[in-house]
Design a protein around this ligand. Structure first.
Ligand SMILES: [Zn+2]
Length: 458
């Protein structure tokens, strides 16, 4: 509803419920329909994750909520007529201090904010509200590291939020007359009863070897899922939860009862499939991969770049090195990115910075190696309108279209020099240092790259 305001269903809901205000500021009345109440409840959880992201900067400086202070027009008693039509870019791309182009008197907190802002604009990207949301606490430590099919993760997520549609929940919501388990008829059908404790679920666990009293003692679904989905039995556990839930559905909705043999066969085969698909140490590790600098043997000028996030609090830095095809050092640079701890920003920014430097050095043909496949896909792929770094990505695309630049992925082992400089950048305080000659401690890595040393992929 925030990002696709031209869709029919969005128009319909907005006209019916929001009475002029935007969805992010809408509220719900006590007699609102369940649909609208649910949308508002979800909105209130997500709202803090939404931020304004600059694109062309054409939003109104006064009458759009682009700053952390909200609508700036509400902070002043009146807006001078000369300032009425100013856009965000008009002000923030003006000479420093930015506030001096305004005729209107801003409160000191607002002028401080504006004068210290450095925003990147690109005319081909629209300003947008983007969702930069991080998962709420209950899920942070569960399953993010564990590779499972999305449907199982989603079931876990529902369970952690007490939203699995068991009869206990449906009864609570007055959607079912009874909360009792329809299979054993003796207990309330909570999530844990349904997948673990019911007389028809417990034998599944016994068959698979989950027999300790501890396993059955936890009464907190989140704790139990977290405990079960870590360790060597994680896949067997997760697939068992899935099939115990499926079995309940089959019995109650389709009148089908499966034997324990059939269930445990399904669990074991699903678990084996997940292991072979997702296991980090799969059979391919027996094949050794050797990587060297400029692995693709490109002729011409070679640029290696890398970003780095180090220490606590985390500091982001970047570095790059330009060499000829024989590995002869032409130039290098490193720098520190103030106020960010985002590795994606560092990886993107270093590409932008290095291409600008190459342009200034009048190098119009080069191969740029980065070890961030994610960045390369973002740059080579279609524009993503609501990406937090859409403007930076667009700037890189434009730089690349102006000269003959090939962007290439390298494995980390082929990017040692850039890695060294990125770490140097992250531990320095300088925005940008150009190393006309190789910095200290750098010659050995340069030499092994130049001689074409192969490194074993870890
Ligand atoms: Zn039961």
């Amino acid at each position: 509803m925030v990002q696709s305001s031209n869709k029919l269903w969005v128009n319909l809901l907005s006209k019916k419920y929001t009475t002029g205000s935007t969805i992010l500021h809408a509220s719900s009345l006590s007699n609102a329909s369940p649909i609208w109440s649910s949308i508002i409840r979800a909105k209130n959880i997500l709202k803090d994750g939404f931020t304004w992201r600059a694109g062309s900067g054409s939003s109104s400086f006064w009458f759009s909520p682009w700053s952390s202070l909200g609508y700036l027009g509400t902070l002043v008693s009146y807006v001078d007529i000369h300032d009425l039509h100013l856009t965000v870019k008009d002000v923030l791309a003006s000479n420093s201090p930015h506030s001096q182009i305004l005729y209107t008197q801003l409160p000191p907190s607002a002028s401080d904010l504006i004068n210290n802002l450095h925003i990147r604009f690109n005319d081909s990207i629209d300003d947008a509200f983007i969702c930069y949301y991080r998962l709420p606490p209950p899920l942070l430590d569960l399953n993010l590291e564990l590779h499972l099919p999305e449907k199982i993760k989603f079931l876990f997520w529902l369970a952690c939020h007490n939203s699995v549609p068991t009869l206990s929940l449906l009864h609570h919501r007055r959607m079912n007359p009874s909360s009792n388990c329809p299979r054993c008829c003796t207990h309330e059908e909570t999530f844990l009863h349904c997948v673990r404790d019911c007389d028809l679920s417990r034998p599944i666990w016994h068959r698979l070897g989950f027999i300790t009293p501890d396993f059955f003692s936890s009464s907190d679904a989140h704790e139990w899922l977290k405990f079960g989905s870590t360790g060597s039995q994680a896949f067997a556990f997760s697939t068992s939860v899935w099939w115990a839930w499926r079995h309940q559905n089959l019995m109650c909705l389709q009148n089908e009862t499966w034997s324990i043999n059939r269930l445990s066969f399904n669990i074991q085969s699903m678990s084996a499939t997940i292991t072979s698909c997702f296991s980090s140490r799969s059979t391919t590790t027996s094949e050794e991969i050797h990587v060297k600098w400029n692995n693709n043997n490109f002729p011409g000028v070679i640029l290696n770049v890398d970003g780095s996030c180090l220490g606590s609090p985390v500091r982001a830095g970047f570095g790059g090195v330009i060499r000829n095809e024989s590995g002869f050092y032409l130039s290098g640079f490193s720098g520190f990115i103030q106020g960010s701890s985002d590795i994606l920003l560092a990886e993107l920014f270093v590409i932008y910075k290095s291409l600008t430097l190459a342009k200034n050095m009048a190098i119009d043909e080069l191969v740029c190696y980065s070890d961030s496949l994610h960045c390369i896909n973002l740059i080579k792929g279609p524009s993503i309108k609501y990406h937090v770094y859409a403007v930076l990505i667009q700037d890189i695309k434009e730089l690349m279209s102006q000269s003959n630049i090939t962007l290439c992925h390298t494995l980390r082992e082929g990017n040692n020099c850039a890695d060294f400089l990125a770490k140097l950048g992250a531990s320095s305080d300088s925005d940008l240092t150009i190393h006309a000659s190789p910095p200290e401690g750098f010659l050995d890595i340069l030499r092994s790259d130049a001689t074409g040393t192969f490194f074993l992929r870890e």
